[in-house]
Design a protein around this ligand. Structure first.
Ligand code: TYD
Ligand code: MG
Length: 455
């Protein structure tokens, strides 16, 4: 790397090059190298040759001072995804597409936490204080004792946070911040890294919890927040399908809790409402369930969630039949179709296959295999599943239906929502008002669906 001179930083992957080139040697992206001056903080001298450190003071695992209690913000869905509240002195990155509702969520979190006695600051680099205030008013949060500021200069923010004592600070967004120790433009990898580094340091030193907003950017746009994921303690993703009001908060990394937890919200006129019972939301309860629909009893984090898989299998008008999936992995669908063909004699070679997870949820659990298969088979054979039936089970390449975790919780949630039957692995046990149809092999499940034989 050039010392104190120009370096070329890839805005996509963050790798540093000494020479400019059209394509980044690090990640292969085109036109992403931008010149950035690598500089030391003003006043810092180059380290003298042979300079030595002071050494480390080691400590034991025991005898640590007890950790301060977590900040419970009062937005339960948020607290749960954080692992039971926000840890003082931790840094959280909240990423998401522009417009998904990050500012809305964090304003609500700040207002709720402030209402419970935490000292909260909301610093916006994107909106004027008036705009934030107007939004708070619209959301009915005007009375919350949150301290607002609009600022993009990192130096001012750091100074402000040193002067006042806060428990929770929200920075919206990290891409708007600008440090005068670096010449690169705001939003560039250098600036985003420098700003995040300073803020994380401040968080640790003063025991303030800092939440950084990061826009996930489309290709070719300014640096994504990925480059600071390693610096923060937790990375949360806020997701939502266009056209659906549902928003899902997901933990992608968490040093203080599980990462498979989700929080569910619904965007409305007065901001985000917490959805305490997601099953009722993702399940299309109105009307009959037609052929091609199967209700999956899934587990998202610590909670069981029921969601409908919808499939459409239709004769193809093209040489190459179409496969389209929303909310599930397309590789997994290809595998499932192959297993159905090889182990159950159901061919899809001349048919289009569409698979959709209702409600805009994205399912990653392997336990959903059997539900997806049931929906596909139900559509292919034009035979609806029983209205009161839930499905779960993992499918292996050999066509075996495998047992999955927490089958009891899945059945309990299904029973709570009025389901009376479950199609699942052979070792599935009924009870609590639930009848079970176990299937050791996928072919057996296919036969049950085709012949509507459930006992
Ligand atoms: P915002 O929080 O500004 O998104 P981000 O910070 O992730 O860019 O939310 C923007 C969208 O949310 C906008 O399209 C309008 C919508 N919205 C509502 O539907 N209701 C509301 O009460 C608020 C505040 C926003
Ligand atoms: Mg915003």
């Amino acid at each position: 790397m050039a010392r104190d001179g120009a370096a070329y930083v890839c805005q996509a992957c963050g790798s540093v090059q000494t020479k400019w080139s059209g394509q980044c040697p690090g990640c292969g992206a085109w036109n992403t190298l931008a010149e950035e001056v690598q500089s030391r903080p003003p006043g810092a001298l180059a380290p003298a040759r042979g300079a030595r450190g002071r050494g480390l003071a080691f400590e034991g695992l025991q005898d640590a001072t007890p950790a301060p209690p977590r900040i419970i913000t009062g937005v339960d869905e948020f607290d749960r995804v954080c692992g039971g509240g926000v840890v003082p002195g931790s840094a959280i990155l909240l990423g998401g597409d522009p417009g998904v509702g990050k500012s809305t969520l964090l304003l609500q979190v700040a207002a709720a936490a402030a209402g419970r006695g935490a000292a909260c600051a909301y610093i916006s680099g994107e909106e004027a204080v008036e705009q934030v205030r107007a939004r708070a008013q619209r959301m009915g949060l005007a009375q919350a004792p949150v301290k607002l500021a609009a600022e993009t200069a990192l130096r001012e923010i750091l100074e402000g946070l040193k002067r006042d004592r806060f428990d929770l600070v929200i920075i919206d967004s990290i891409q708007t911040l600008w440090s005068d120790a670096h010449e690169a433009a705001p939003g560039s990898v250098t600036q985003v890294r420098a700003a995040a580094g300073e803020l994380v340091r401040l968080a640790k030193k003063r025991g303030v919890a800092v939440i950084l907003v990061g826009h996930v950017t489309k290709e070719g746009a300014i640096a994504g927040p990925r480059v600071i994921e390693h610096m923060v303690d937790a990375v949360l993703a806020f997701e939502g399908e266009r056209g659906y009001p549902f928003r899902i908060l997901r933990g992608a990394k968490n040093r203080f809790g599980a990462t498979d937890e989700i929080g569910v919200f619904e965007m409305g006129d007065a901001g985000l409402a917490e959805v305490k019972n997601p099953s009722a939301l993702f399940l299309n309860t109105a009307g009959e369930r037609a052929a091609g629909a199967a209700v999956f009893a899934g587990i998202e984090g610590s909670r069981p969630v029921l969601v409908e898989f919808q499939a459409l299998v239709a004769p193809s008008a093209y040489g190459t039949p179409r496969r389209a999936v929303v909310g599930w992995d397309s590789g997994r669908l290809a595998m499932l179709l192959a297993v159905l063909e090889a182990r159950c004699g159901l061919g899809f070679g001349d048919r289009d296959v569409y698979l959709n997870v209702a409600g805009g949820l994205r399912i990653t659990e392997p336990a959903a295999d059997l539900a997806a298969a049931a929906a596909l088979v139900s559509s292919a054979l034009d035979q609806a599943l029983p209205q009161d039936c839930v499905v779960f089970g993992e499918i292996s390449l050999s066509g075996e239906v495998r047992s999955v975790s927490r089958m009891d919780s899945r059945l309990k949630e299904a029973a709570k929502l009025g389901f009376r039957r479950a199609l699942g692995p052979a070792d599935l046990e009924g009870g609590g008002g639930m009848a079970v149809s176990g299937a050791g092999r996928l072919a057996e499940a296919v036969r049950r669906i085709g012949e509507a034989q459930w006992d």
